[in-house]
Design a protein around this ligand. Structure first.
Ligand SMILES: *[C@@H]1O[C@H](CO)[C@@H](O)[C@H](O)[C@H]1NC(C)=O
Ligand SMILES: *[C@@H]1O[C@H](CO)[C@@H](O)[C@H](O)[C@H]1NC(C)=O
Length: 164
């Protein structure tokens, strides 16, 4: 072998080991609790059967949320546009409107899939608000669980915090 190709091939042998040694798995981000919410719903509206399954709209008519950094009520604006598939999955597509105790208006959008027998829908969640007090919610990476309860849904929400 010529010196250059010898050098390259020994580098190629060394590289994976070097990567494994220097690129340790990065520390995972932290998780902070955001809120618990009870969402009250009204009578659902059947959209009917679409190619993917059955769509029914469950209107949001109120509710409350409590958490360490955000508390307030849920306005009678929004709904869950749910899709039930023939395979037994339920896709939730919920939009709702939060009014915090201190008067900020926050649009919340949750989407997720119920795929187990535990009745939990795992929700990816985003927020939009112009409030400077809650500005951080615009870029929060939030996720939670939603479960049907007597009069609506119970939601527990978390968000990622910086890697430690
Ligand atoms: C939701 O309802 C449960 C059960 O009644 C209650 O313990 C909880 O405090 C309620 N949460 C909110 C945010 O009102
Ligand atoms: C969709 O609705 C139709 C009519 O009510 C029903 O026969 C069917 O079982 C439903 N399918 C699903 C996946 O829920």
């Amino acid at each position: 072998m010529r010196p250059l190709s010898l050098l390259l091939s020994s580098l190629a042998l060394l590289l994976p080991a070097a990567l494994a040694a220097n690129n340790a798995v990065p520390p995972p981000p932290g998780v902070a609790f955001l809120y618990n919410a009870n969402i009250t719903v009204g009578l659902s509206v059947d959209v009917g059967q679409i190619p993917a399954g059955n769509v029914s709209v469950i209107p949001v008519i109120g509710g409350a949320l409590i958490g360490p950094k955000i508390s307030g009520k849920i306005l009678a604006i929004g709904a869950d546009w749910g899709l039930s598939t023939p395979q037994g999955y339920y896709y939730s597509d919920m939009r709702a409107q939060i009014r915090t105790m201190d008067g900020a208006n926050i649009y919340v959008q949750m989407a997720g899939l119920m795929q187990g027998n535990d009745g939990l829908i795992y929700m990816r969640t985003t927020f939009q608000t112009g409030s400077k007090d809650y500005w951080w919610l615009n870029y929060a990476f939030a996720f939670g669980t939603m479960k049907a309860s007597g009069t609506g849904f119970v939601v527990d929400m978390w968000h990622l915090t910086g890697g430690s």
